[in-house]
Design a protein around this ligand. Structure first.
Ligand code: MLT
Length: 291
């Protein structure tokens, strides 16, 4: 088959495909290269960082299969894909584990001042007395979106001695009972924000979640709390978060793996703050998950 690889995938997997197929790669070459290369392709393998709008997909008259090497579909026009009858395969499971694990890396980095300490130490400053942080044990872990990733985060949180609560898109008594049996309290968004010391976000980006966490929602969070967004940029209003973190009230820290503007040369508006940890959308980027 004629395959186009638009985003980085495991090198062995790509080599395997190359043994039996006509494979082209435009990884890291930008949207224009993708638009040009897609024309004669039957299969497209992609992750985040590319835009699969009708204009781009419409150029690929022979396209039969889309392989989403991961989970999110916010960069794909699903109406167009369904209308044309193109088959879509997602592989959400392995990335979910990687994202759940990094959630705790970010949470600890923010709450224990790991990056500030690292930066200061490299400049010869022994800032031990200034870097007292917050522990996790006994704290309430608020999960916005208890799905595949959010429920793993809850389980990992319990292993740290945290007490998880959170919200889902379609709550029901059955769902609440199921979660309660697993040690997770189901509440709504306001209850999650108001009741947690650490809030982590695990919902997809769509019309219902764009701007979900704005100034009002941030204002509901506990004094001294932390926010982790490892879902998608655009779910959290970055300008509102900047204002809150500058005041350190009510949030004292945040960690963001995802951003409104992503890609080479883009700088987060929060980059000037010491109480923010920033990573370049590496939630699913473990060798294990990609393989
Ligand atoms: C995903 O949605 O699977 C993740 O954001 C990983 C990615 O696409 O890079």
């Amino acid at each position: 088959m004629k395959i186009l690889i638009a985003s980085q995938i495991d090198a062995d997997a790509q080599a395997h495909l190359e043994q039996g197929h006509d494979v082209r790669s435009v990884v890291g070459q930008g949207q224009d290269a993708l638009v040009e290369a897609i024309v004669d392709r039957e299969v497209l393998v992609f992750r985040s960082g590319v835009s699969l709008d009708p204009g781009t997909l419409g150029r690929a008259r022979d396209l039969k299969l889309l392989v989403r090497a991961g989970s999110g579909l916010d960069n794909l026009d699903m109406d167009y894909v369904t209308g044309r009858g193109i088959v879509l395969e997602r592989i959400p499971g392995p990335g979910a584990q990687a994202v759940a694990e990094l959630t705790f890396g970010l949470l600890l980095a923010a709450a224990r001042n790991i990056l500030v300490g690292d930066r200061l130490l490299r400049d010869g400053h022994w800032a031990k007395s200034k870097l007292t942080g917050d522990g996790l044990r006994g704290k309430r872990l608020g999960i916005v979106g208890i799905g595949s990733i959010g429920s793993r985060v809850a389980e990992l949180g319990m292993a740290w001695g945290m007490r998880p609560l959170g919200c889902v898109e379609h709550p029901s008594d059955a769902r609440a009972a199921d979660l309660a049996a697993r040690g997770i309290e189901l509440t709504d968004l306001a209850g999650t924000l108001e009741g947690a010391d650490f809030v982590t976000i695990h919902v997809p980006l769509d019309d219902s979640t764009r701007g979900l966490i704005g100034a009002n929602e941030l204002g509901r969070m506990r004094r001294g709390s932390y926010l982790v967004n490892i879902a998608r940029g655009g779910i959290v209003d970055e300008a509102a978060l900047l204002a809150v973190l500058e005041r350190k009230d009510p949030l004292v820290g945040a960690a963001l793996d995802v951003h409104v503007a992503e890609g080479e040369g883009k700088v987060s508006p929060l980059a000037g703050l010491d109480n923010v940890v920033l990573t370049p959308h590496i939630g699913a980027a473990t060798r294990d998950a990609q393989r």
